[in-house]
Design a protein around this ligand. Sequence first.
Ligand SMILES: C[S@@+](CC[C@H](N)C(=O)[O-])C[C@H]1O[C@@H](n2cnc3c(N)ncnc32)[C@H](O)[C@@H]1O
Length: 219
Amino acid sequence: MFARIAGRYDLMNHLLSANLDILWRKKAAMACGPGHRALDLCIGSGDMALAWVREHQEGKVVGLDFCRELLERVNKKSGGNSRIIMVEGDALDMPFADGSFDAVMCAFGMRNLADVEKGMHEVARVMRRGGCCTILDFFRPRHWIPRAFYATYARYLIPLVGRWIAEDSNAYEYLHRSVRKFLSLEEFSNLMTKVGFEDIHHRHLTAGVATVLSGRRKL
Ligand SMILES: C[S@@+](CC[C@H](N)C(=O)[O-])C[C@H]1O[C@@H](n2cnc3c(N)ncnc32)[C@H](O)[C@@H]1O
């Protein structure tokens, strides 16, 4: 699905969020502390990794994704930035040794994993103890403002725009369905605790439409 919409991926993100996605990734990059070696899990077209290198003057970020078409876009967009290294691979079986990363970030990727719990076990495995993990995503909402947003805008308008511009309404109907099936913020926080994180805290963005959730890998 992501390969199908790769060419219009950035345009659609910016258009459908009225450019708020740029601010959301900047906040997530600020929350994801500095590190010698960071991982951008499900890097997609690279906007999260680019936000991180802009925010932190030092360190390299490894971007993992299994969609080659999107990884090719990162290459073009980053202009061959040597601080961003792309790896094609599966988030559920990462090609990295235990404790490889000081920081892990994942923007709008967790919701797409076939097995979130397995993905988070992998995240905990590849992080060094004391490292910071930051997740930016649309969690299943509890509060009425984001609920109303997903029940109307995301359910009806986003697929319509997806059909007109990306010529793929299915991919954009998927957004609404995936949010409905995803974990709530509380459930995801509990999962983080279960796989070995502590000091878990969050920040709601745009009245809770998106949320940045961070935790520290237990020492
Ligand atoms: C909604 S996009 C998010 C991309 C990017 N992080 C962003 O901020 O726009 C989700 C990404 O997750 C990737 N993805 C989903 N499941 C994956 C898996 N098991 N392994 C690697 N990448 C995966 C998709 O290829 C896609 O690029």
